[in-house]
Design a protein around this ligand. Structure first.
Ligand code: BG6
Length: 394
């Protein structure tokens, strides 16, 4: 548990901005809030992928790039004559989905990078300060009012419109979950209890380990490889010929959309599988029999991942006492991320497993919902609830 935040719910109005960094794509959002009754009136966003060179470069280079995208977004709205009320600066929420030691609502130091990023001079730095410096370099005056991660943002965004949302899960480039806990049930918390009696827990569940979930040799192989490139083990040939194809040795070369396309191939000759193997891995002339095995492999890997994620959600429901009919309160689990959104077999397996785990009767009170862009909207909402101008508005 890296961060605990008191949940806030206030009625706010105005236009707020969010930067969302942490998945495959980076987003800049503008969200217009219409107060308690109005909800989210309007939202717009622009999206870009982070150039691979910046993922392993310097902190300045990454934050300059982000700041430039925001500057362009704001410049474009100047042309549309979109202005803030006089005397009021634009305010920004920063969704930064990496492990952070959060020191206040708008500051936090990066503990480590994940998801393919590796920018050593940013580790240990306050990511809000890094962003603010880059914004100043680009001449953008926009205070960061809230630093959140994608699970917290998704939870806040979901809960804004539906109080039954109590859990948020991201299943994409990385995975993590957050949920609403009774403050009294948090042994680490020694401060005053919040009025609502509730707090949000960011689980950072990617760090979870349990003797009940033994690591397989493939887990070890991936782990070793991720920490120490070059020490890859578990190399066996035979399936696609006597030698391991060069492309097969490249980490992460087979991306989720490729695997999903092969897994969902309904053609009788599995031509999508053949094509993907050729295009991505440069393996040609795969027999139908081998293509069928590839689909089965996709199924095994997907089912394992989906069942593990469902087990994680069950763990949260159990902790909240929402895993049985004793508490018939409806619980909505807000989910987001490319894996959940675009991989139908994965999503189906996760939802079926969850139903299987809680039982049919309880399953009717647990709803899994896709929360599209929830994290960016959530960051804008948290910005609104921590706005510099809040006092002036009351
Ligand atoms: C997006 C959210 O929809 O999903 C991000 O806005 C989140 O905050 C992302 O990090 C995760 O998905 P992926 O597939 O991009 O890693």
């Amino acid at each position: 548990m890296v961060r605990e935040e008191e949940e806030e719910s206030r009625s706010d109005e105005g236009v707020f901005y969010a930067l969302d960094l942490g998945g495959t794509n980076f987003r800049v959002l503008r969200v217009q809030l219409g107060g308690k009754a109005g909800g989210v009136v309007h939202q717009e966003f622009t999206e870009a992928s982070i150039p691979p060179a910046l993922m392993g470069g310097t902190s300045d280079a990454l934050f300059n790039y982000i700041a430039e995208k925001l500057a362009n977004f704001v410049a474009a709205e100047e042309e549309q004559k979109f202005h803030q009320p006089p005397g009021r600066q634009r305010e920004l929420g920063f969704t930064f989905s990496f492990p952070v030691m959060q020191t206040s609502i708008n500051s936090g130091t990066l503990i480590r990078w994940t998801k393919g990023f590796s920018i050593s001079d940013a580790v240990g730095q306050d990511v809000v300060a890094e962003l603010t410096k880059a914004l100043q370099r680009k001449g953008v005056e926009m205070p960061v009012a809230a630093l959140v991660n994608d699970t917290i943002g998704t939870l806040a965004g979901g809960r804004y419109t539906n109080k039954d949302v109590a859990v948020a899960v991201i299943l994409g480039t990385g995975t993590n979950a957050a949920y609403v806990e009774r403050a009294q049930a948090i042994p680490k918390w020694h401060g005053p209890l919040p009025k609502s009696g509730e707090m949000v827990i960011n689980m950072e569940w990617g760090n979870f380990r349990s003797l009940h979930l033994p690591l397989m040799e493939y887990d070890h192989a991936m782990d070793v490889e991720s920490l120490n490139p070059g020490e890859q083990i578990s190399e066996e040939a035979a399936f696609f010929g006597d030698e391991v194809h060069a492309k097969l040795k490249i980490s992460f070369i087979l991306r989720t959309p490729d695997m999903s396309a092969m897994h969902h191939d309904t053609s009788s000759d599995l031509r999508v599988v053949g094509q993907k193997l050729k295009d991505v891995l440069e393996i040609s002339n795969t027999s139908l029999k081998k293509s069928r095995i590839v689909v089965k492999l996709c199924n095994i890997v997907t089912a394992r991942g989906a069942r593990l994620a469902a087990a994680g959600v069950l763990g949260i429901l159990k902790k909240m006492g929402r895993d049985s009919l004793k508490d018939p309160q409806k619980t909505v689990v807000a989910m987001d991320g490319g894996l959940y959104e675009h991989y139908a077999e994965y999503r189906g397996c996760l939802e079926n497993t969850l139903r299987e785990l809680v039982g049919e009767e309880t399953a009717s009170s647990i709803v899994v919902e896709h929360s599209n862009d929830g994290s960016g909207i959530g960051a804008a909402l948290l910005t609104a609830s921590h706005s510099l101008y809040l006092k002036d508005k009351s």
